[in-house]
Design a binder for this molecule. Structure first.
Ligand SMILES: O=P(O)(O)OC[C@H]1O[C@H](O[C@H]2O[C@H](CO)[C@@H](O)[C@H](O)[C@H]2O)[C@H](O)[C@@H](O)[C@@H]1O
Length: 386
């Protein structure tokens, strides 16, 4: 990615992204060539259409929704946590770990690769730093986790790349030592230093706590459209018990975690019908959440590349980026690191799942252990810098 030349916003160019069946969106139209611009006529308020459940059944949305998060087989004391634990699932997990070994068990191996390299840490938020809970507004990270992240950031450049809005994830994490990317990487704040060479049309200057910072917002033209769709989705799902819609500025999420499974086809169809009126938006699936985002060629993988470049690390060979995440959207980042063996993806999962990651961690508690191990290793190696 050449960030040094002035470029228009990243419009959809990847033919795979135009594959309607993969996106599960009927009627997806190609973008215009010149970037994600739209006129106010495109923003016309969509009308609620009659429910035709065949749409969401035939396009695979429902299957994807059912597969989107591990089932709860056995509840523990903390009933809000997703837990899967019985003998057969443990056996399946152990054999899955042959392909995705534990990052804790492989710590020495990872460190030997990092010997002459600078480690850069990328972290997802939900399911990685905070456990998955029923209420997205209560997805807090523990004090121990916050300390571990703060210590990691003292020693290694560290960024959080979340599907939430940048403001929201900053509010939840509360650490100034990190770099933050919200809306699946469509809203990146990066420091003024080290980024002088970046001349990109989607970069604007801003101030944050009286410091001059840069903002990279490749989907900024979609802001009114996302806001409108958010309001429409709130209105069109308000009668579905348990449905929750979140506005993440450059994308919006429709949660169905607390919706009875019998109503999943209804919520899916409502989202589908709204999207039918917005051909320049697409749908991706997260953990019991339908995520609506602009059809631009940008994802968490691109955000990793952008952050490395903006931190002045893009052309360094002695670099070991490590990305820890749990969700499908993190796969784009795992893929970028796997390609050309640039670094390591670590998938956080209690159940076996196919991934582009190299290693695995079982849950947020293991993520914390891994971060603490990184800090310990660094402090033993270089005690003067503590
Ligand atoms: O990229 P992330 O930081 O992992 O954000 C992805 C989504 O995370 C949140 O939803 C998920 O976590 C919730 C709290 O544990 C849970 O209730 C929900 O079912 C999960 O999908 C967030 O609320 C979403 O908007 C993000 O897109």
């Amino acid at each position: 990615m050449d960030l040094k030349s002035s470029k228009p916003s990243p419009v959809l160019t990847d033919p795979a992204l135009m594959d309607k069946s993969r996106l599960g969106i009927r009627g997806l139209l190609p973008c215009t060539q010149g970037g994600p611009s739209f006129s106010t006529s495109v923003l016309a308020i969509p009308k609620r259409r009659p429910v035709k459940l065949d749409d969401v059944r035939s396009n695979g949305w429902l299957d994807a929704m059912k597969a989107s998060s591990p089932p709860r087989k056995k509840s523990m004391k903390s009933v809000n946590l997703e837990v899967v634990s019985d003998d057969s699932s443990e056996t399946a997990y152990r054999s899955w770990m042959i392909k995705y070994p534990s990052a804790l068990g492989s710590f020495d191996k990872i460190m030997s690769r990092a010997k002459n390299s600078r480690i850069v840490i990328f972290l997802d938020y939900d399911g990685t730093l905070s456990p998955i809970v029923d209420d997205p507004d209560r997805a807090f990270m523990s004090a121990d986790m916050r300390l571990a992240v703060r210590n990691v950031a003292k020693h290694f450049p560290t960024a959080i790349i979340s599907g939430r809005s940048r403001d929201k994830v900053y509010e939840l994490v509360g650490l100034t030592e990190l770099y933050y990317a919200g809306s699946h990487g469509m809203d990146i704040m990066f420091p003024d230093s080290g980024s002088q060479s970046i001349n990109h049309t989607s970069v604007t200057k801003s101030t944050d706590q009286s410091k001059e910072v840069n903002l990279f917002q490749p989907a900024s033209e979609f802001l009114p459209m996302i806001d409108e769709v958010f309001r429409t989705l709130v209105e069109n799902t308000k009668d579905i018990k348990g449905a929750k819609v979140e506005n993440h500025k450059f994308c919006t999420s429709v949660h169905y975690r607390n919706v009875a499974e019998k109503s999943w086809p209804i919520i899916a169809q409502r989202v589908h019908d709204v999207l039918n009126n917005y051909p320049r938006l697409r749908l991706t699936h997260g953990r019991k959440v339908l995520e609506v985002r602009p059809v631009i060629d940008w994802d968490k993988g691109k955000a990793v590349e952008f952050l490395l470049e903006s931190l002045g690390l893009g052309d360094k060979n002695d670099l070991l980026p490590i990305y820890i995440g749990d969700d499908r959207t993190d796969e784009d980042a795992f893929k970028v690191l796997r390609e050309g063996s640039r670094g390591y993806g670590i998938i956080v999962s209690t159940v076996p799942k196919e991934s582009k990651a190299f290693f695995s961690l079982r849950d947020t508690s293991e993520v914390k252990d891994f971060l603490e191990a990184l800090v310990k290793m660094k402090e033993q190696k270089d005690p003067k810098k503590i």
